[in-house]
Design a protein around this ligand. Sequence first.
Ligand SMILES: *Cc1c(COP(=O)(O)O)cnc(C)c1O
Length: 220
Amino acid sequence: MSAAERLAEIRGRLGAAALQANRDPASVTLVAVSKTFPPEAVMPLIDAGQAVFGENRVQEASGKWPILLARHTELRLHLIGPLQTNKVRDALALFHAVHSLDRERLAAAIAKEVAAGARCPEIFVQVNTGEEPQKAGVPPREAVAFVRRCREVHGLPVAGLMCIPPLEDAPGPHFALLRKIGEEAGTGALSMGMSGDFETAIAFGATHVRIGSALFGARG
Ligand SMILES: *Cc1c(COP(=O)(O)O)cnc(C)c1O
C-alpha cells in the first residue's frame, strides 16, 4: 500500500468510528506521527492533503521540518514527546501545539517565551493515567489543580489533556479517566489514541488521535 492509500484507509476508519459514536468525523484531528521517518516519507502524505503532523523530539524535528513548514504554510506540527525547559525556545519556533506539559517549571518557561514574543502553542497537559513511575505526566489527582495553576499563575491557555495508557492495560478505562478529568478541569480537547487503539479513543471522546505506525509502517 502507498502512503496515500494508508492515509485513506485510516481516515475511513476514523470517520466510521466517529459516526459510530454519534460524532462528527471533523471533530477528530488526525495527528500523523512521523518520528524516525525522513522527509521523503512525509511528503507523499502532505501531497495527499495531510496537514497535521506529530514529532516526539525537538532535536529530530528541528532537522526535518523547517524546510517543509516554509514550503507548506498549511502544515501544523505537534510536539507529542517530552520537552526540556532549555529547549522551549526552539520548540515554540517550530511547533504549533505541545501535548506534554506536565510540570510547573515547564509552564513557567513556556509563559516566559510567549511573553517575550514567541507564538503561543495549543497546549495539552499530559496526565499519567496509569501512574507509572517511569512515565511523564501529572498524576490524575493533581491534574485539575495543575491545569488551574497553568491558567491562573502562568496565564497559559490549556486547550486539552493528553494520555498514553500503560502498554499492558486495556485503554478504555484510561480514556474514560482522561475525559472525566477534562470535564472537571474545563479543558475541551482530548489527545488520546494511537495506531492500536484510536477507534476506542474516539468512542471515549478523543479530539486528537496520534497515529504513527499505521500510517508510516513499523519503526526500525
Ligand atoms: C510514537 C507515538 C505515537 C504513535 O504511536 P503508533 O503506535 O506508532 O501509532 C503516539 N503518541 C506518542 C506520544 C508517541 O510517542
